[in-house]
Design a binder for this molecule. Structure first.
Ligand code: IMP
Length: 423
């Protein structure tokens, strides 16, 4: 029996989808515990690409059950689209996909407010526009609509109506959005979309804890990344949930004493999408362009180009600390194939002093110091045996392990399930 938390250790887009799918083979239940349809977890199976925004990446394994936990904010429209996409691809979700009664619902008004807020603030956060921040705002202020409310049609209808009317006042009068939202139209549509969730609704907290009692294997699948954490990330340029391991416990209703391991998914370099500090970013240069092109670094939810830079071990050590990461999965190692030299940030200069402590509130002001390692300049795409890696790639892996003092247990060398090395 094992309960493993999987977190992104950087700014998201570390390749969590592929790894969750890979590890799901021997897993009974996969649980999403935070975020919403802002995520885009990509899985490539026999050359076919699947992008999942809300549904756990375990869904492609027919014997694995999947749970959307209480910590998630669910957009019923995105959910329905994803179910349809899976159906079209012959993936049967019946009887093996459940949604927590305590999860909160994203309404069209949340998305409209998200977009208007971004236009109004002086430095935009660069959100995905999926209504995440406004939906969590309502949850925390105890004004959210919960999945449980779907069970009672009249309660649901009146809650949606109140919410849409109130949001419309805000949109029209504060954000000067002249069109606002058409309350009558959106009310009917949202009501129908919410009812679509009903067959999936379950007391997932009890279900998951019963499963732990029956020695099932469970993966708690994080979305986004640790440095986007609302409490521990580069605030305010963060998402509105806790993608760190603590968020897995609250977002699924599983006690910390039941967790056996915390797996940190780490890309072999760094990317960030949206605004906010990024110490090792390579702007307008060949390095950034190579990482972007070879890594195909475009958002899987919004299509936006991702900012690219060298691996940052100061930030990774911080992530290991706040999550209690017990093992690392290193992804996209093959993207570094062409470099003759590879840099890794091992220290920052901050206030004229060297430090290896990540100054989370001041990291826009640091200058990274790098250690340069020799590149392997060989094609390792699809290599699935550790011994077949060039010595320079092995040295890169060892350097990371020694710095953060955590073993690297899996290495990904391509998007497909089979492009994976178990160390
Ligand atoms: P939000 O989560 O849409 O509110 O966006 C807040 C910040 O998190 C923005 O910088 C987004 O680009 C970033 N973000 C949200 N979801 C993801 C993700 O799945 N991968 C990477 N960045 C994300």
């Amino acid at each position: 029996m094992s309960v493993a938390i999987i977190v992104g250790s950087q700014w998201g887009d570390e390749g969590k989808g592929k790894i969750v799918d890979y590890l799901s083979e021997n897993t009974d239940i996969v649980v999403r515990f935070q975020g919403g349809a802002n995520a885009g977890h990509t899985i490539v199976l026999n050359g076919k690409q699947y992008i999942l925004h809300l549904i756990p990446a375990g869904i492609l394994r027919k014997n694995t059950e999947c749970v959307i936990g209480n910590g998630v904010v669910i957009d019923p429209i995105a959910f329905k689209q994803e179910i349809n996409m899976l159906k079209e691809n012959g993936v049967d979700v019946n009887g093996r996909l459940f949604i927590s009664e305590n999860a909160n619902i994203i309404l069209p008004s949340h998305k409209a407010i998200d977009i208007q807020k971004e236009k109004k603030i002086s430095i935009a956060i660069g959100t995905t526009g999926r209504g995440i921040g406004p939906a969590y705002t309502d949850k925390i202020s105890r004004e959210g609509i919960r999945v449980y409310d779907i069970k009672n049609e009249s309660v649901l209808r009146s809650k949606i109506q109140n919410h849409l009317e109130e949001s419309n006042l805000l949109l029209k009068n504060y954000y000067n959005d002249l069109n606002g939202i058409n309350v009558d139209e959106e009310l009917e549509k949202t009501f129908e979309h919410c009812k679509f969730l009903l067959p999936f609704v379950k007391n997932t907290t009890q279900y998951l804890n019963d499963a732990i009692g029956s020695n099932k294997n469970i993966i708690l699948e994080g979305a986004q990344g640790s440095l986007l954490d609302i409490d521990h990330g580069t605030y305010p340029f963060v998402t509105s949930s806790n993608p760190t391991s603590g968020g897995a416990c609250t977002g699924a209703g599983i006690s910390p004493t039941k967790i056996n391991k915390v797996i940190g998914i780490t890309k072999a370099y760094c990317t960030r999408v949206g605004n906010g500090p990024f110490p090792t970013e390579q702007i307008n240069n060949e390095i950034g362009r190579t990482l972007s092109q070879r890594g195909f670094e475009f958002g899987s939810t919004t299509g936006r180009p991702r900012r690219c830079g060298w691996l940052d071990l100061v930030a990774l050590k911080y992530s290991v600390m706040i999550n209690g990461i017990t093992e690392i999965v290193l992804t996209k190692l093959d993207v570094l194939d062409e470099f003759d030299e590879i840099k890794i940030a091992t220290k920052y200069v901050f206030n004229n002093e060297k430090t290896d402590v990540f100054p989370v509130n001041d990291c826009a002001a640091v200058i990274p110091e790098y250690t340069t390692l020799k590149g392997w300049e060989k094609n390792i795409v699809g290599v699935n045996n550790f011994n077949a890696l060039p010595i320079e790639a092995k040295n890169y892996i060892k350097f990371i392990e020694e710095y953060v003092k955590v073993p690297i247990t899996i290495i990904s060398t391509g998007p497909d399930r089979k492009d994976t090395i178990v160390v």
